[in-house]
Design a protein around this ligand. Structure first.
Ligand SMILES: C[S@@+](CC[C@H](N)C(=O)[O-])C[C@H]1O[C@@H](n2cnc3c(N)ncnc32)[C@H](O)[C@@H]1O
Length: 484
């Protein structure tokens, strides 16, 4: 019922503002080539630039890479000519201090979330002016549909009077803003909400505060904690650095959109001596390079666990494997919270329902760049291993059930995005209609938009099948929509 009412609502179109920006991008989405089927070689420029590490101080002796010549581009890759950033100095310091290379996961974590100079920490990286664009920034319909999903789950939970609505990695806060705008008429739902934004970036936290039109609640009396209220739906909002900090004891609805892909991954490569972890090292105090660990690393335990969950044939055909230890741990935390407090989580991201081979990518200003080039100036992300999320959730609790993954197109389609776009199209200009159709295609389409008549380099690329949706819910809630 809630769904129908929201879908037919013809509201003010925040969409048109954002979509305009989206259509002007030459490389609008975080595109990943579908190269996993070829097991050993990546199409990404840096991937095979790997050497065995036998002794950190000695020159590497064994080169496994097949063709380094076309991959190493001093102009783009070298740091000699560029001024060293704080982050580069820091990374070099860590490697030198330790007397050896760091894992790709450590590198990725520093690059993205180093508290002083991480990619996400000091700036707004989204949209046409930024480095990449995400679904909530493409169209208001995305956040609205997530709102429909959350309201349906809340109904299945028995319409509790108080609920913690948690978003992990909320970016600009656009998804939550659209969710609240769409849900604002459903007072019994919005009145139950306390929103918790789990965000590591102080700059993005401030942006979220603004985009959610927050005000500080004036409270009477000393010792009473000051609350932030989003005027979009009159709901209290708090910010946290991690999910563990979100208070427990209330039923919970967790949203994680493009959060898992930003979690650090460990990379392993098959060598003659077995699986070796890929590490990041420095060459003669200047450039970064990949090397392979000479012996098993602590993350090998996660690799072994991941391999146990896969069929032998699946592993046998791979020469590279990525394991997201942080993602596994995060899923444990989510599943335990849902098990103890009730409710569910929705995870949407690009990824595979199986072992991920070699997907780590760097994007700067909407273009792929080398992963080791000027760290901190480009986004690093990796395909999400949904099968691993399923196993991680199931191994910590028998009270939760995992549903999906299904494609984003199936997810949004079943929730009624078609009706929503039709409703919005009834009340807009020609320009707005075009941008609305483009946004719709980006969310649910596959490949290049067939109707596109603009410049080739701006053709909208559909995210409908490359992005997957998965739900983890407390069994008491039954099967969530639209996973039935
Ligand atoms: C790829 S962006 C996605 C943003 C948003 N969900 C969207 O779809 O537009 C990743 C978000 O997660 C945040 N983030 C990354 N790693 C995090 C961590 N370890 N803890 C909390 N937030 C993190 C980033 O600051 C950013 O807001």
């Amino acid at each position: 019922m809630l769904r129908r009412v929201l879908l037919n609502e013809v509201s003010t179109c925040r969409h048109f503002l954002f979509n305009k920006a989206a259509t002007s991008l030459s490389f609008p989405l975080r595109r990943i080539n579908s190269f996993f089927s070829s097991s050993s070689q990546s199409e990404f420029p840096n991937a095979p630039f790997v050497e065995h590490l036998e002794n950190h101080n000695a020159q590497p002796t064994t080169t496994i890479s097949i063709d380094r010549s076309g991959l190493y581009n001093p102009d783009e890759h070298s740091h000699e000519s560029t001024l060293e950033s704080e982050l580069i100095k820091h990374l070099k310091g860590v490697i030198k201090f330790r007397g050896g290379p760091i894992t790709v996961a450590e590198y990725m974590e520093e690059v993205l979330t180093n508290p002083k100079a991480g990619f996400y920490i000091n700036r707004d990286v989204f949209g046409a002016e930024g480095d990449f664009i995400t679904s909530p920034e493409v169209s208001q319909m995305f956040g609205e549909m997530i709102g429909v999903w959350a309201m349906c789950l809340w109904e299945q939970m028995g319409q509790p009077k108080k609920v913690n609505l948690v978003e992990l990695g909320p970016g600009r806060g656009t998804l939550m803003a659209d969710l609240l705008r769409g849900a604002s008429k459903f007072k019994s739902f919005t009145e139950s909400l306390h929103i918790h934004m789990v965000e590591c970036s102080p700059v993005l936290q401030k942006l979220q505060y603004c985009n959610l039109k927050c005000v500080d609640e004036h409270t009477a009396g000393e010792g009473v904690e000051k609350r932030n209220i989003s005027t979009l739906a009159g709901v209290p909002i708090s910010w946290h650095a991690s999910l563990e900090q979100v208070p427990s004891g209330l039923p919970v609805i967790i949203i994680a959109h493009e959060f898992y892909d930003a979690l650090p991954i460990h990379q392993f490569q098959r060598a003659s001596r077995g699986w070796c972890e890929k590490m990041v090292d420095i060459v003669e105090d200047s450039t970064f390079r990949f090397v392979l660990s000479p012996q098993p690393t602590p993350a090998t335990l996660y690799l072994m666990k991941r391999c146990k969950w896969a069929a032998i044939e699946e592993i046998d055909k791979l020469n590279h494997i990525e394991v997201c230890a942080k993602g596994m741990d995060m899923t444990h935390t989510i599943a335990k919270r849902i098990s103890s407090d009730g409710g569910g989580a929705l995870i949407i991201d690009y990824g595979l329902n199986g072992v991920v081979s070699d997907s780590l990518q760097a994007i700067r200003k909407h273009k792929f760049v080398n992963i080791l080039d000027n760290p901190g100036s480009a986004d690093l992300s990796a395909y999400v291993d949904f099968a691993s999320i399923r196993h991680s959730a199931e191994e910590v609790s028998e009270d939760v059930c995992v549903h999906g993954p299904i494609t984003q197109s199936q997810f949004l389609g079943s929730l009624g995005i078609n009706f929503r776009v039709e409703a919005l199209l009834q009340n807009c200009t020609d320009e707005q209609a075009e941008s609305l159709r483009t946004g719709y295609w980006r969310l649910v389409g596959e490949g290049e938009a067939p109707f596109w008549e603009g410049p080739d380099e701006q053709v909208p690329i559909g995210m409908g099948t490359r992005y997957l949706a998965m739900a983890i819910v407390n069994k008491k809630q039954g099967v969530p929509v639209p996973f039935q």
